[in-house]
Design a protein around this ligand. Structure first.
Ligand code: GLS
Length: 831
């Protein structure tokens, strides 16, 4: 690799080895320097926000050193890299994470204290980087943390949305969406105005002959938009490795800003061009597990994958290797089908730009990509109208047709007797209008396809991809059960618990090898240990109770059982089941005598989560929860026995506060619908128990921690189809307890009687697709068991400790190692 500084001058550079800060004094000096120079403030006007900015800049300086070294090491060793393509990265806050990963939080805490600030207040100044909807985006963020921690040469590629996921306000019980403009001041990104790629849209394809007489396709005309790189350093824990997350921002291509128009006074339309280009990366689509098929969305997808591939190919070409080495140097993981066009784009680059033959190119392509499926919900599976792709990406549509043709030919040859198989597996769905099935394209164009939990990986192989298993064989399909980073989800979110665990397991090694948690089993019977454990849980609950008081002005008793369901609001996740259960509890308490009530276990039911703005039913669920809270929380008969709380604007940093405060959390999706779930892992890791269905990763959590430590209930996934069939064609009497709940709602107990008719009808009259009635009785019975078991605190805490001790498997480090070995074929870089 060539250095841009000639040999004789390099000594002048290297003598200035910059070390950042090593101790409290140096940290303070850096903060003061940034306040007084970078921010142009002083001792007279340094508020918490300025102290946050300066602290971040001080840490950023340190990150950059590791980052530079990591990038240089990757370039020099020229080892294989993994590129993780994800439309979502739900990063949360960066400062706290940087402090912990760099092992300098104590230094910062003391330094800030001397400068007159509390570290919690400074960390709390930061705006979440919320470039994601839910689990899928947060998984990508956990993966970045693990890839850096394990020293894998990895890059993330995404979009730099100007607006992340909206902020949720609750007004009169209804969700209202407010735009999240988060880029005011973001010290964690580096604009690379010199790293740009021009991306083409629309236009036509013309056939031509090259100098050897070979027919080639020329894609010309249309419009060009420029992608500008913004780099975000992502540090590993306890390692100098700092990887890069490259986010693309769109702007009008140079020359697009039409000076002709500008000078002739047509200022507005020239600005309009500019704005149209910028629209591409303007906003994150706020849907989770739902595909809306909007044109701008596929423009985002192509813009991002084309820029990323250009970058990847450019980096590969610097090594001057031959093309057949591409898959030895490059692994690309598709986080869901959103980046599937990358398959087509790489094929296009190889045949149209680099002049490779189709078969050689296609071999390279399929050896390079891996595809992770994150859902089997039909409404989430992406399909794009052929006409739209024809218009937007005419050359890509031709290539998709060719990929499909060759694929179907090979299928026909192998299964000549199955006349229907071609229709079933065709990448083009012969519907009106014709559609491109992105998941099929992703399967055909990848060498490995994985689901995200065992049940889910089995399901994709027996349902949506069944024919493809027959065609490609079982080896192509695999499972990698999701994981979470213990750095953020234990050490950062729950520092006292982390410290207690460290004191018993031999230091903080468990943060790098989570299986070391198993040493905690030795202390389950240790009374003082249990007491400390319980004190920490209580303190976390007190903190959440204070937050509830300050934001909602509701008093909740921290000694009550905190029962939490925080996640996106979705019918399949069944927050409606939860709130119906809460209403049932309320009705039961109301019917009791005061003496009987005294014997009941006090509870706080806590909800949080956003509904997609266009998802009307999900918004109704939020409304009902708030209405129930409005009635129950005021009821003097009930007092502390039951409180119902809806926490506004659930996001990553709120999760860090809520999860450590939970006694019981709800993971109650209809069996077979939640691909994995990852908050289930976070809650257990923080010493809470879970109530859940046999779905997603709940099943593996049960296997690891023991079924005596989890409250399972409800229909099994293998029985779901039959029940649905019965609902549609047979008898479907509503559960009698649930019927009473419906009567209470429709009798006006929780506001306008008719407001919730649709929610009730979905269960009573429209086939109860999510099996709310079928599972209701076992759900409330299981909650009764929870109440009884919670009364025996000693036993409850023992269960929590045992569960934590057995959670080692769910580290995202394990998960990334599985991807690296089984899919990417990549090794860590020695540090
Ligand atoms: C999701 C699934 O719904 C979750 O169950 C899963 O944990 C997550 C990460 O694999 O992916 N799929 C999706 O579209 N959104 C998700 O959160």
């Amino acid at each position: 690799v060539e250095a841009s500084i000639p040999e004789p001058q390099r000594a002048a550079w290297t003598k200035h080895e910059f070390s950042g800060f090593q101790n409290k004094e140096e940290f303070e000096r850096e903060v003061v320097r940034h306040v007084e120079t970078t921010l142009a403030r002083s001792i007279y006007n340094c508020d918490e926000s300025a102290a946050y900015s300066a602290s971040s800049l001080a840490f950023r300086d340190r990150l950059v050193q590791g980052w530079n070294k990591t990038q240089q090491r990757q370039t020099f060793t020229d080892s294989k890299r993994i590129y993780y393509l994800s439309l979502e990265f739900l990063m949360g806050r960066a400062l706290d994470n940087a402090m912990l990963n760099l092992g300098a939080k104590e230094v910062a805490k003391e330094g800030l204290a001397e400068l007159g600030f509390r570290i919690e207040d400074i960390v709390g100044q930061e705006h979440d980087a919320a470039l994601g909807n839910g689990g899928l985006g947060r998984l990508a963020a956990c993966f970045l943390d693990s890839m850096a921690t394990l020293n894998y040469p990895a890059w993330g590629y995404g979009l730099r949305y100007r607006y992340g996921i909206f902020k949720q306000e609750i007004i009169d019980g209804y969700q209202v969406e407010v735009p999240d403009y988060w880029l005011d001041f973001n010290p964690w990104e580096f604009p690379r105005h010199d790293v740009t790629v021009d991306i083409q849209f629309y236009g036509q394809v013309r056939k031509s002959q090259d100098e050897n007489g070979k027919t080639v396709a020329i894609w010309e005309g249309g419009e060009t938009v420029t992608a500008v790189a913004y780099d975000v350093p992502t540090p590993g824990y306890d390692t100098p490795s700092t990887n890069n997350l490259r986010l693309w921002s769109s702007k009008a291509a140079s020359g697009e800003f039409d000076f002709q128009k500008f000078n002739s006074g047509d200022y507005e339309s020239s600005v309009a061009d500019q704005q149209r280009a910028e629209t591409i990366s303007a906003v994150l689509y706020p849907n989770d597990n739902l595909d809306r098929g909007k044109e701008l969305r596929i423009k985002q997808q192509y813009f991002w994958v084309a820029a990323s591939l250009y970058d990847i190919v450019r980096r590969f070409k610097k090594s001057k290797r031959s093309w057949n080495e591409f898959p030895d140097q490059v692994a690309i993981q598709l986080n869901d089908t959103h980046p599937t066009l990358a398959i087509v784009e790489l094929q296009r680059i190889l045949i149209d730009v680099e002049g490779l033959e189709w078969d050689e190119a296609w071999n390279i392509v399929t050896s390079t990509f891996g595809y992770t499926n994150h859902t089997v919900l039909p409404e989430a599976l992406e399909k794009w109208p052929v006409g739209l792709i024809q218009h937007l990406l005419p050359r890509h549509l031709q290539i998709i047709y060719d990929i499909n043709l060759f694929f179907l030919q090979s299928v026909e040859k192998r299964f000549p007797e199955d006349r229907d198989i071609l229709r079933r597996v065709s990448i083009i769905e012969e519907s009106q209008p014709k559609m491109v099935r992105m998941a099929y394209l992703a399967v055909v164009g990848s060498h490995k396809v994985n689901g995200v939990a065992e049940l889910h990986s089995d399901l994709i192989q027996t349902t949506i991809f069944k024919d493809f298993v027959t065609i490609f064989g079982e080896d192509k399909f695999t499972n990698v059960t999701n994981g979470i980073t213990p750095r953020r989800w234990l050490h950062q979110a729950n520092p006292r618990l982390s410290e207690l665990i460290a004191s018993k397991t031999g230091g903080y090694e468990f943060l790098k090898d989570l299986t070391l948690l198993n040493k905690l089993e030795l202390f389950v019977d240790d009374k003082t240990f249990r007491k400390e454990w319980a004190e920490i849980k209580f303190a976390n609950k007190v903190r959440l109770a204070k937050y509830i008081k300050s934001t909602l002005n509701v008093n909740v008793n921290p000694a009550a059982l905190f029962d939490v369901q925080v996640k996106r609001i979705h019918e399949y996740k069944r927050q409606q089941l939860n709130i119906f259960g809460v209403i049932h509890r309320y009705l039961t308490l109301k019917a009791m005598s005061p003496e009987e009530r005294k014997k009941q276990q006090p509870r706080v039911s806590i909800f949080g989560g956003k509904a997609a703005p266009g998802y009307w039913m999900a918004k109704q669920i939020i409304h009902l929860i708030n209405n129930v809270g409005g009635v129950v929380n005021q009821d003097p008969d009930i007092g502390d026995l039951l409180k119902v709380i809806f926490l506004e604007d659930y996001n990553v940093s709120k999760a860090e506060m809520i999860i450590p405060a939970s006694d019981l959390s709800e993971h109650i999706s209809t069996a077979g619908t939640e691909a994995s779930g990852t908050s289930n892992m976070k809650f257990v890791l923080n010493g809470g128990l879970i109530i859940g269905t046999c779905d997603g990763a709940n099943i593996e959590i049960t296997r690891e921690i023991g079924q005596e430590n989890i409250f399972l209930f409800g229909t099994l996934s293998e029985d779901v189809e039959d029940l649905r069939h019965m609902h549609t064609y047979g008898e479907h009497p509503i559960d009698p307890n649930l019927a009473k709940v419906f009567d209470a709602i429709q009798g006006g107990m929780f506001g306008e009687p008719n407001d919730f008719n649709a929610m009730i009808s979905a269960v009573r009259d429209h086939g109860d697709y999510y099996l709310v009635s079928d599972d209701f009785q076992s759900y409330i019975d299981t909650h009764k068991m929870v109440d009884t078991e919670y009364q025996n605190q000693e036993e409850w805490i023992s269960k929590c400790i045992r569960s934590v001790a057995r959670m080692g498997f769910f580290s995202s480090d394990r998960c990334i190692n599985e991807y690296a070995e089984g899919i990417w074929n990549i090794e860590p870089l020695a540090v």
